[in-house]
Design a protein around this ligand. Structure first.
Ligand SMILES: [Zn+2]
Ligand SMILES: [Zn+2]
Length: 70
């Protein structure tokens, strides 16, 4: 896979959007809160440190509204 930005061989994949990025273009998010449903439908939050970020996409901390889908 090649870097989205420069077409060099990629070293990582963006945690948020799946783009491939090389070391030069990969950024890191210090922490990010992942929400998921645990056992018994209990919402749980998980802090992930230093996830790979492509620097292009814009991860939203909250689900965004998509009224146009209705
Ligand atoms: Zn690159
Ligand atoms: Zn991304």
């Amino acid at each position: 896979m090649l870097c989205w930005n420069c077409n060099e061989p990629a070293h990582a994949v963006c945690h948020f959007c799946g783009r491939a990025v090389c070391k030069r273009h990969a950024s890191k998010m210090p922490s990010f809160l992942v929400m998921y449903l645990g056992g018994k439908e209990t919402p749980k939050g998980l802090a992930v440190a230093n996830v790979i970020w492509c620097g292009i996409c814009e991860p939203q901390p909250e689900p965004i509204e998509m009224p146009e889908l209705y």
